[in-house]
Design a protein around this ligand. Structure first.
Ligand code: FES
Length: 104
């Protein structure tokens, strides 16, 4: 997983804004925002609760989201999803990020 820096120094308390999840050549991106209360799943990358290739868990009330599509599979926002960010990976392996859209 790679989190994009929000454009401030590394000592900032500003939460990272996006989650980039990679499995081989497959990459998924989600906004770092829990659909339950609209707060970040984790304020800092090292605080993110995750089972790589399986799930992400919100630090606040522990809703669990599927790694593959951001769908909440248990917790207070069951049947909601993280906001998916469209992206493409070009032939050089560079990731190009588009505008976020809600996925349901
Ligand atoms: S704020 Fe994420 S589960 Fe409640």
């Amino acid at each position: 997983m790679l989190a994009l820096d929000p454009g401030t120094d590394s000592t900032s308390q500003t939460p990272f804004r996006m989650l980039l999840l990679r499995k081989g050549s497959e990459v998924h991106a989600f906004v770092n925002r829990c659909p339950h209360f609209g707060v970040p799943l984790a304020a800092r990358q090292e605080q993110l609760l995750q089972q790589p290739l399986a799930s992400l868990t919100c630090n606040v009330h522990y809703a669990r989201f599927r790694w593959s599509d951001g769908r909440c599979e248990s917790g207070d926002c069951e049947d909601e999803s993280l906001i998916s960010v469209p992206l493409t990976v070009d032939t050089d392996g560079q990731v190009h990020i588009g505008s976020p859209t809600a996925s349901n």
